[in-house]
Design a protein around this ligand. Structure first.
Ligand code: RIB
Length: 302
C-alpha cells in the first residue's frame, strides 16, 4: 500500500527548443529536440517519488514503445506500477511541446491516447489503494467522470485529496466538495474564477471564491510572484524562489509543485513549510530540460 496514489496521464513529450515560438502560419528553425516522459499525472508521481514518498501511479498506456518508456521510468524511480493498465487497442499518448530557449516558457498540445480510455471499473480495481492512501492526487488530463469518481472514492476513505485543475476545462460544481487542496496556476484560476489574477489581493479574492465553492484549501501558483494560500482560517502569500542562473525549461514546473505538495502533506509538514518546499522543488525543476526527467531528488534541494 503506497502513501500517495496519483491518478492521471502519461504521454511521451516531443519537445522542440527554439529561440522564438512560431506564430500562426510561420515556420521557424529549432535549436534542439528531445523525446522524454511527460503527462501531468505521471510527472507529479515522479516528483513525489524522487522526494522520498512511496507512490503508486494509476493510469493507462499503450502496448508500444512509449508505453514501455513509462514502465521503465516507474521501475527506475521505485514507483508501484502494477496499477498501470496496458491497452491493446489504444496507443500511448504524446505531447508536442515548443519551448522558448530564451526564457524556458512553453506551449503544449497533448494527445492523451490510452490515458483517456481508463474507466471507472478499472479504477475500482484499485479502490482499496485509493481509500487507504494518505494523499490522493489527480489532474484533468483523463475523463472528468473518472476523476470525479476517484475523488469520491478517496473521500470515502481517509485520504487528503489534491486536484491540480490542469489543463483548465469545465468541471461540474459537484467536484469542489471532494477537494481538500485545489492547486490552479494563475491562468487556470482565472478560467474557473472568471477574472484576471495579477496580484495577491486578486489571488485572495479568487481563493475566497474557490472556498465558497466547497474546496477546503486553495493554493494558486503565481509564477514569479510565488503562490497564494487560503482556507477558512488563514490566507498568506509565499514568495517565489530567487533562482540563480538560467531557466532552461518550465515544462512540468507546476507538476513538480503538486508532486512536492503531496509529498510534504504525506510527511505531515506544516502548510507554510510545505509550500516553501513545493516552490523550491518547482523552481529547481526548471534548471533541467524535460518534464519527468527534470524532477529533482531530495539531495538536489540542499
Ligand atoms: O505539465 C506538463 C505536462 O503537460 C507535459 O509533460 C505534457 O505532457 C503535458 O501533459
Amino acid at each position: 500500500m503506497s502513501n500517495i496514489c496519483v491518478l492521471g496521464n502519461f504521454v511521451a513529450d516531443n519537445s522542440f527548443y527554439t529561440k522564438k515560438l512560431p506564430v500562426k502560419g510561420q515556420t521557424v528553425f529549432g535549436t534542439g529536440f528531445q523525446i522524454g516522459p511527460g503527462g501531468k499525472g505521471s510527472n507529479q508521481a515522479i516528483a513525489a517519488a524522487r522526494l522520498g514518498s512511496e507512490v503508486s501511479f494509476l493510469g493507462k498506456v499503450g502496448d508500444d514503445e512509449f508505453g514501455r518508456m513509462a514502465i521503465d521510468l516507474y521501475k527506475k524511480n521505485n514507483l508501484n506500477h502494477k496499477t498501470v493498465f496496458i491497452s491493446k487497442e489504444h496507443p500511448t499518448g504524446v505531447a508536442g511541446i515548443m519551448v522558448n530557449k530564451t526564457d524556458g516558457t512553453n506551449a503544449i498540445i497533448v494527445y492523451p491516447g490510452a490515458s483517456m480510455e481508463i474507466t471507472k471499473e478499472e479504477v475500482n480495481k484499485f479502490s482499496e489503494l485509493i481509500t487507504k492512501c494518505k494523499v490522493f492526487l489527480t489532474q484533468l488530463e483523463i475523463k472528468t467522470e473518472v476523476t470525479l469518481h476517484a475523488l469520491k472514492l478517496a473521500k470515502e476513505g481517509n485520504a487528503i485529496t489534491i486536484l491540480n485543475p490542469a489543463p483548465a476545462i469545465k468541471i461540474n460544481d459537484e467536484f469542489f466538495k471532494y477537494i481538500d487542496y485545489f492547486t490552479p496556476n494563475e491562468t487556470e484560476a482565472e478560467f474557473y474564477y472568471g477574472k484576471k489574477i495579477e496580484n495577491y489581493e486578486e489571488a485572495k479574492l479568487a481563493g475566497d471564491f474557490f472556498l465558497s465553492k466547497g474546496v477546503k484549501n486553495s493554493i494558486i501558483t503565481l509564477g514569479d510572484m510565488g503562490a497564494y494560500f487560503s482556507n477558512k482560517n488563514k490566507n498568506f502569500s509565499i514568495p517565489a524562489l530567487n533562482l540563480k542562473g538560467k531557466v532552461l525549461d518550465t515544462t512540468g514546473a507546476g507538476d513538480a509543485f503538486s508532486g512536492a505538495l503531496a509529498s510534504g502533506l504525506e510527511k505531515k509538514m506544516e502548510i507554510q513549510d510545505c509550500l516553501n518546499f513545493a516552490i523550491k522543488v518547482s523552481g529547481i525543476s526548471t534548471k533541467k530540460k524535460g518534464a519527468a526527467d527534470a524532477m529533482p531528488f531530495l539531495k538536489d534541494l540542499s
